[in-house]
Design a binder for this molecule. Structure first.
Ligand SMILES: Cc1cc2nc3c(=O)[nH]c(=O)nc-3n(C[C@H](O)[C@H](O)[C@H](O)COP(=O)(O)OP(=O)(O)OC[C@H]3O[C@@H](n4cnc5c(N)ncnc54)[C@H](O)[C@@H]3O)c2cc1C
Length: 537
């Protein structure tokens, strides 16, 4: 456990707040469970914080107070939160570090930093919460010869305006999830957007990556919440008009959604907000198999029922989290449905959903309070969802290669995609790690398709983790595209998905994107090369 004075400090690579660091006792308790399913494990090798090379730039006097060249600060900004980032953090192979971390205090500072970078040749990576799992923040290999600035938006934070009549709120780009929701609470409102990284990710980051919250149906992506966006580009401000909808040409917001810091720095945005739910109900079911469960879910959404929570988890994954009932067949699947409302009881909605999935072959499970567990299947599911990032880093410390990847596909191709991707990834695990397991759940559901989310656990080889991960990622991503899926449903493109994104997007569209980039960022300041040549960092 990272206690050595030379080890990379937990805040650089870890998820939790101080006090949530993994302990030796926790790891010792987990190890036998893992070795029982994955075989012998070898812990990753620890390294120390690399010696920071001297900063290659100095900000002009007018901006100097915003910059930090402190080594731990720079190291934190060299990492996102992917498996690869965790391994880089643990091994101490973090570098190259950004030359400076710059924290604007006002939006005029953002403009001044971009002006300075355009004139001086520095590259700038916008940094929200740094929770990217796709190599979206961190080193920029394409700009290795140029000074690199991490533009951390943490100080541009807070609720800036609230329009209660239209039920919309304007947030500064660096606002973290809990700060955004907390600011609305006194008004009885909620952001109602809860990605698993909610506590550490920001409004600007969500928009830049087209993030999705945990609600399975209706208002899945942040796209659905965005009313207007204000961004600073190197050639001027980009601000869209607040509108509930518009048919006036292609939407300016759509171009910024998913732009991943390549076109502009999102300084604030108006988001549609929701009444805080006052009633909730949930229920858990067992379906005979994962495909059978998917079919039940399809019928549910196509019937117009859209439960807030609708997670279908395959038996092997449910067993890992302790949520599969004792004696249940490992080939079965767990379905958790939850309804919530701000205007009245939801029992009738849940009952209708329950009836429909039971007609489709699902069996309702008894309330867990009967067995001394949580009385609410939805609450139990939410607890394990929130704890997952902390569990992940404990697994990595014990020598487990942990990768998650997600896609979306229309229902007609779902079964083939699920089978094909699982088989291709399992084959890769066998060849590269000598074993391991691939599990799947559905995180989001639509009338015309769903978003399967795969989890990979395998024994990692110390010092070879990055190469093992690259090979597995490539095999899985090839299989996703071959089966007609998208390279990402909500984790974004980043450097890791770039080679497959380039295959997926139409060639003429790629030319249009390049032209937009050149027009808005003529000196290639913002996240240079993010989707271009290199691919995985
Ligand atoms: C444990 C874990 C769970 C996760 N769960 C989810 C999930 O449920 N749903 C989901 O969608 N994603 C999830 N993610 C991925 C990640 O949290 C999202 O991509 C999130 O939207 C990133 O926000 P951020 O503020 O951390 O952005 P960062 O990681 O800091 O940046 C991401 C990208 O956006 C750019 N960027 C950031 N802020 C701005 C800005 N203001 N203006 C312009 N560009 C900007 C960066 O340059 C970078 O390219 C998860 C990640 C982790 C580690």
């Amino acid at each position: 456990v990272p206690t050595s004075a030379t080890a990379v400090p937990y805040p650089v690579w870890g998820w939790g707040a101080p006090g949530q660091e993994p302990t030796a006792a926790e790891l010792a308790a987990l190890r036998p469970l893992l070795t029982a399913s994955l075989g012998p494990l070898a812990e990753p090798s620890w390294g120390g914080l690399p010696e920071a090379t001297p900063s290659r730039v100095a900000l002009p006097d007018s901006l100097a107070a915003l910059g930090s060249s402190e080594p731990v600060d720079r190291a934190r900004h060299a990492l996102g939160r992917s498996y690869l980032d965790l391994i880089r953090g643990l091994s101490g192979e973090v570098g190259p570090l950004p030359d400076l971390v710059v924290r604007p205090q006002r939006e005029a500072d953002v403009e001044a930093v971009l002006d300075w970078a355009s004139a001086s040749g520095a590259a700038v990576v916008p940094f929200g919460g740094g929770t990217s799992v796709v190599g979206g923040v961190g080193p920029v290999p394409e700009a290795a010869e140029r000074p690199l600035v991490s533009l951390d938006l943490a100080l541009l934070s807070g609720l800036l305006e609230l329009d209660r009549t239209s039920r919309a709120a304007r947030f500064a780009g660096g606002t973290l999830g809990p700060a955004a929701d907390g600011a609305l609470k006194p008004f009885g409102l909620s952001i109602r957007f809860f990605p698993q990284s909610y506590e550490r990710s920001t409004v600007g980051g969500w928009i830049a990556t087209r993030a999705a919250g945990h609600y399975a149906a209706r208002l899945q992506h942040v796209d659905d919440l965005v009313e207007s966006v204000r961004a600073c580009t190197p050639v001027g401000w980009w601000e869209s008009r607040r509108l509930p909808g518009s048919g006036a040409g292609p939407s300016p917001d759509r171009m910024l959604l998913g732009s991943e810091g390549t076109l502009g720095v999102i300084t604030d945005a108006w988001l549609r907000v929701q009444e805080r739910p006052t009633s909730r109900a949930s229920a858990a079911f067992l379906t005979p198999s994962f495909p059978a469960g998917a079919d039940a879910v399809r019928r549910l959404v196509q019937a117009g029922l859209a439960p807030a929570t609708c997670r279908l988890i395959d038996g092997a994954e449910a067993a890992t989290t302790g949520s599969l009932p004792p004696g249940a067949d490992a080939g079965s699947a767990l379905l958790v449905l939850g309804a919530e409302s701000a205007v009245g009881p939801v029992d009738a909605e849940l009952a209708a959903a329950a009836e429909l999935v039971q007609d489709a072959g699902a069996r309702r499970l008894p309330d867990r309070s009967d067995a001394g567990g949580s009385s609410d299947a939805g609450a139990a599911w939410r607890d394990s969802f929130k704890a997952a990032p902390l569990l992940r880093e404990r697994l990595v410390l014990l020598g487990v290669l942990v990768e998650t990847f997600e896609t979306a596909v229309t229902w007609d191709r779902f079964a083939a995609l699920h089978a094909g991707v699982t088989a291709a990834t399992e084959d890769a695990l066998q060849a590269i790690c000598g074993g391991g397991r691939v599990t799947c759940r559905l995180t989001h559901v639509y009338a015309d398709g769903c978003a399967p989310y795969f989890t990979v656990l395998a024994p990692a080889r110390p010092s070879a983790e990055a190469e093992q991960w690259r090979q597995i990622k490539a095999a899985a991503s090839d299989a996703v595209l071959a089966a007609g899926g998208t390279i990402t449903h909500h984790h974004a493109v980043g450097r890791d998905h770039a080679p497959w994104y380039r295959q997926q997007r139409p060639a003429v569209f790629a030319q249009a994107q390049d032209a937009v980039k050149q027009r808005l960022d003529p000196h290639d300041v913002l996240n240079p090369g993010l989707w271009a040549a290199g691919g995985m960092h």
